[in-house]
Design a protein around this ligand. Sequence first.
Ligand SMILES: [Zn+2]
Ligand SMILES: [Zn+2]
Length: 397
Amino acid sequence: MSEALNQQFPCAQCGADLRYAVGTEHLVCDYCSHENIIDIEHTPIQELDFRQGVADQISTEQLETTQVAKCTTCGAQVQFEANIHADACPFCASVLVTDTGAHRHFKPAGILPFAVTQRDAQQSLSKWLGSRWFAPSGLKKYARAGQELNGIYTPYWTFDADTTSSYRGQRGDVYYVDRYVTVMTDKGPRRQLQRVPQIKWTRAAGRVRRFFDDVLVIASKALPSHAADALEPWDLHAMVPYTESYLAGFRAEAYTIDLRDGFAAARGEMDLQIRRDVRFDIGGDQQRVESVDTDFGDVTFKHVLLPLWIAAYKYRDKTYRFVINGRNGRVYGERPYSAWKIIAAVIFGAIAMAVFLGALYASGALDQVVVGNGQFAFPTNDPFFIPGGGQYYPRGY
Ligand SMILES: [Zn+2]
Ligand SMILES: [Zn+2]
C-alpha cells in the first residue's frame, strides 16, 4: 500500500516543497532554486491482463490506496491535500467535500508529464477568449487574473487487443442499364434514353483481423467524453513509467470509470473500426453488414495519467470549463455569451442575421464550443486508420 498521491516532496537543501519543472526531468525548489533529478525507471511500461484485472486477480503491487476529496456536484475524486481546507473542485468550481476516506485502485502504470507551462496555458486561455468577442468582458477579466488554472493529472485507461472477426453481409456492385424515361422540356414531356444505375447484390462472408494498440479512453466522469475527444491526440509514445515525483506541485484525479466500463467504451471504438475493416474486406460499391462476431484475444490494459490544465468558473450560477492538453496546448472551452454584445451585433447587422443568432442563442446550440486547429483526428473514409495506432491485416493474412 502506498500513500503516493498525498506525498510531499521536501527540498533536500531547505525543506520547502519541491515542484516538477515542466518539460524537464527534475524537481525545483521555488525558494532556494535547488534542483533534484527525477529517478526515472528505464523499464518498459507494464501491460496487465484484462481478465485478471476484472476478476481481482492482480497482484497487490499493482494496487494502491489514496485519500481523496470528492466533489458531490460532478463526481470528481481528487487528491486530498491535508493542508488545504475549503477547496474548490478544479472541474466544476463547486466546494469539495474533504475527508471521504480511502480509495483503493490500480496504481498508474505510466504518466505523460506536463510539457505546457502554466504561463503558456494562461496565454492560450487569454488568446482563446480574446478571439471570442461574444464572451462577456467580466469573464475575460476573470480569466486574465489567471489564479484558477489548475494542473491536474487525469486518469485514462488504454487497452490492447488482438481481434479476429467473422462476418456475413452483402456486396453491392453498380451496373448501368439503358432505359427510356419521360423528361419535361420547354416543348412539353418527351421520352429520352438514359443510363440508369442499378445495384447487383451478392452474398459475402469472411474474416478480418486487427491488433489494437493503446486504445485510449478517459476514466474520469468529471470531464465529458466530447471534451476529452477534443483534446486528442496524445503523444502516448512519450509515456514514461509512473513516478510520484511528476506529481509534485500538481494534483491527480482518481479514476471514477472502472476497468470494466472503461473496456466497454474502448470496445465501442474497436467495433467501429472493425466494421470499417469488414466493409473494406467486402469491397464493391456498397456493402450491407449483417453480422460481425469478434473474438477479443490477449486483452491487456494500463491505467495512465495525462496532464490537463483546467479552469472551471461559475458565471451567473452556471459552470463553464476551459481545458488545455498539457502536452500540446490543444484547447477545449465552454463559455457564456454576452447578451449585450449580441444585441449590439443585431442592431448593426441585418435583420435576417438577428433572427438567425437569436434562434441559435435560444436553442442552446452555442453553449458548448469545441476549438482546436481545425483538424479532426478521424478520417472516416480511411479503412487503414485506427485511433491510437495499430496494424491492419489485409485479406488472406
Ligand atoms: Zn530549497
Ligand atoms: Zn466538481
